[in-house]
Ligand binder design. Structure first.
Ligand code: ADP
Ligand code: MG
Length: 446
């Protein structure tokens, strides 16, 4: 129950606490106001009633007993007040008035002068009270006769005008509205920051955050932008280092190739030249990778399904005898946001691997998860030895059989694919299928 009531987001939690607080404060305020109003009315009514009753009493006490009835009948005592003379105290079907209310009435009655101590009532009983809307006061005159006054009490109202509640409600609604608005406004920078972090995860070159707004927000934005710039510089430095090493290796390789020509043993010369050839290919691939990483292709909308079909078509054109072993499964069109050339490189690499090492390529595009598209590239080949599975993403790692083949490249295909997908906020993983063959799974957030 507690878990269900307690909302998840920072904005909802803050709003919840503030609104509950507002309701409590308004409730307490309304109660205090109403109780105070009731007290004021009780006091006013007691004072008024006391005045009128004491007036009647004094007149009766000053009048000769035989003339009292006639005088009483001639008195103006207003509506809602019924005095009567009697030989006995009032005989009514009402409980005695509660002590606090009775005390209030008695104190107020004692405040009015009677005209002399000998006029003081000998006894007084009070029945009823606000809960019965009626008060009956019996006073024994100095000579023993009773003056019994029955009075109607106005019901107490917790607030005076009916507009009060409307105004109070309006005030509460306005305060609640202001609370919700300011909570939304206050938590907006958190959402912006989260979105910026998310964007940075997909693209190190994402636009910086605006560094304005309230001080704390501006400070956070500056810190975030500084962090993004450092990450960017770090990545750039690494790529530059890679390119520089590749570049500097070219000259000695060329020199070695020239020198190798002087090796007399033909077999040895052939082997040395082949090794140098491989070394050169690796350096070229490294330089190409460095170049790619430095050119910042813009992110754009592209049709992933279309891209995958094109890649399969091109693979089919390259080796027509494989045509029926290349197929695509999935929706006809799926729009994603990505760098189109980089994404093409990823899938060209994966399809080429499937074709070269597995002899077939089945590409499946899955859009079940609304936040993620998944592309699976499967083949029916031998798969990857379990001991190699972790290492195929290492640069220049090639499986033992692929080294001797004419196929594939220098072992940079998978590391580059992973690099590109991670720069998009996605990933590439590779696994063996239970029924044989390898399966590369590419995820890309949408
Ligand atoms: N579908 C596959 N089936 C079997 N082995 C594979 C498959 N894909 C990749 N590999 C292995 O992983 C190694 C690394 O792949 P990759 O990085 O693309 O380099 P390259 O293709 O240049 O050798 C390959 O040499 C190969 O041994
Ligand atoms: Mg490859």
């Amino acid at each position: 129950m507690k878990l269900r009531l307690w909302p998840g987001s920072l904005a909802a939690r803050t709003a919840f606490v503030l609104l509950v607080g507002l309701i409590l404060v308004q409730g307490a305020g309304l109660t205090i106001h109403a109780l105070d109003r009731l007290d004021v009315q009780r006091l006013g009514q007691a004072r008024e009633l006391a005045g009128r009753v004491v007036d009647l009493y004094r007149t009766m006490a000053l009048t000769d007993p035989p003339r009292r009835a006639a005088v009483l009948a001639g008195l103006h005592h207003g509506p809602a007040l019924v005095p009567a003379l009697s030989a006995s105290p009032p005989n009514v079907d009402l409980p005695e008035m509660p002590t606090p209310e009775q005390r209030l009435l008695r104190v107020n009655m004692n405040l009015f002068p009677l005209g002399g101590p000998n006029l003081r009532w000998r006894e007084m009983v009070i029945y009823g009270g606000h809960f019965t809307h009626k008060a009956v006061i019996g006073m024994r005159l100095p000579d023993g006769e009773w003056l019994n006054v029955s009075a109607e009490l106005q019901p107490l109202r917790p607030w005076h005008s009916p507009d009060f509640l409307v105004a109070f409600g309006l005030m509460t609604v306005t305060a609640a509205g202001l609370t919700l608005w300011s909570v939304r406004r206050l938590t907006a920078p958190v959402r912006t920051l989260a979105a910026a972090a998310e964007a940075l995860g997909r693209d190190v070159n994402a636009a910086p955050l605006p560094e304005n707004g309230p001080t704390e927000v501006a400070v956070a934005a500056v810190a975030f932008n500084t962090m993004a710039a450092r990450i960017r510089r770090f990545v750039e430095d690494r790529t530059e280092l890679l390119s520089a090493i590749g570049h500097d290796l070219r000259t000695p390789i060329t020199r070695l190739k020239l020198r190798a020509e002087f090796v007399e043993d033909e077999e040895q010369r052939g082997k040395i030249l082949a090794d140098l050839e491989e070394l050169e290919a690796m350096v070229s691939a490294t330089l190409a990778f460095g170049r790619d990483a430095r050119t910042t292709e813009p992110v754009s909308h592209l049709d992933l399904a279309e891209l995958l079909r094109t890649i399969l078509d091109e693979a089919g054109d390259a080796c027509p005898d494989l045509l029926d072993k290349l197929n695509y499964e999935g929706p006809a069109h799926v729009t994603v946001q990505a760098r189109s050339l980089s994404l093409k490189r990823v899938f060209v690499n994966l399809v080429a691997n499937a074709v070269n090492y597995g002899g077939s390529a089945r590409v499946r595009l899955v859009t079940r998860d609304p936040r993620m598209v998944t592309v699976e590239v499967e083949d029916d080949g031998p798969g990857i030895p379990p001991s190699e599975l972790d290492r195929v993403f290492e640069p220049f790692h090639r499986g033992e059989p692929s080294r001797n083949r004419e196929t594939g490249g220098v072992g940079l295909g998978l590391p580059i694919a992973r690099n590109i997908m991670r720069a998009h906020g996605g990933d590439v993983v590779i696994a063996n299928r239970p029924s044989g063959g390898a399966k590369a799974t590419v995820t890309l957030p949408v």
